[in-house]
Write a new protein. Structure first.
Length: 254
């Protein structure tokens, strides 16, 4: 099995090394193509107005001055043309990608682009909390990642689908199991703009989520699984059509 590893945190990210370790537990044929710099939050964006710069860091390890989507396209359409990958692993992201994160995440987008190119694809992310922001429990992904990926592949990923895996904010010995989940939803009232001032008293702003008054997540969701120290495995679809609404909408135009 030929595996392509990518991410959105950049070519030097610790989580990329974890993802490569997971891949190497499954195959000896592993290729890494990742952004030159941090591309967190870029979603499924393409670099259409800037050239892509490609740098070979070491054999089978490449950095692209572009987005995770650019990286997957560069890998499949340029670097690995003699044989395309059989699997795309995107991650392991530093921080969870659940609920609305899925729409913003460059990590999920890397797997999404693999799906667009008809390659089975899995996104992997590691949750952390305020107390371990600088040292997420990477051992959790290293320990559980290979078996989680094996079970997903044994089940089979349908064309047009991908899988979003999130490891909880605990070390491997604290994991309470694995849950197949639905995408959750946060209380968007917690989303806020935080104003600040620079050294010249000019205003600038950060987008942030309040950590106060968080509601209990709905059972069966990715948010709930992580809160219970369980690994969340969420199937996603490339086709975002709301078929029920489409039928009602069609009736409305008759």
């Amino acid at each position: 099995m030929r595996i392509l590893v990518t991410n959105d945190d950049g070519i030097h990210a610790e989580g990329l090394k974890v993802c490569e370790d997971i891949a190497r537990a499954l195959s000896d044929d592993v290729w890494v193509v990742a952004p030159e710099t941090d591309n967190s939050g870029v979603s499924h964006s393409l670099s259409l107005n800037d050239p892509l710069r490609l740098r070979e860091v070491t054999p089978r390890h490449f950095a692209v001055k572009g987005t995770p989507t650019d990286c997957v396209i560069m890998a499949v359409r340029h670097i690995m043309t003699e044989r395309r990958p059989d699997l795309v692993l995107s991650g392991v992201n530093r921080g969870q990608n659940v609920a609305e994160d899925v729409g913003y995440s460059g990590t999920v987008a890397g797997a999404l682009e693999g799906t667009v190119l008809n390659i089975p694809s899995i996104a992997l992310s590691q949750a952390y909390g305020p107390g371990n922001r600088d040292a997420p429990p990477w051992d959790t992904g290293r320990s559980f990642g290979p078996d989680v990926v094996r079970k997903i592949l044994a089940t089979g990923i349908p064309k047009g689908s991908l899988v979003n895996v999130n490891f909880p904010d605990c070390h491997a010995d604290g994991v309470q199991g694995i849950a197949v989940t639905a995408q959750g939803k946060r209380d968007q009232e917690l989303l806020r703009i935080e104003p600040r001032f620079d050294g010249r008293t000019n205003p600038y702003f950060w987008i942030a989520f309040s950590r106060k008054g968080k509601p209990t997540p709905v059972d069966g969701t990715d948010l709930s699984a992580l809160a219970q120290n369980r690994i969340s495995v969420t199937p996603l679809r490339l086709d975002q059509t709301d078929h029920d609404f489409m039928t009602r909408l069609a009736d409305g135009f008759d």
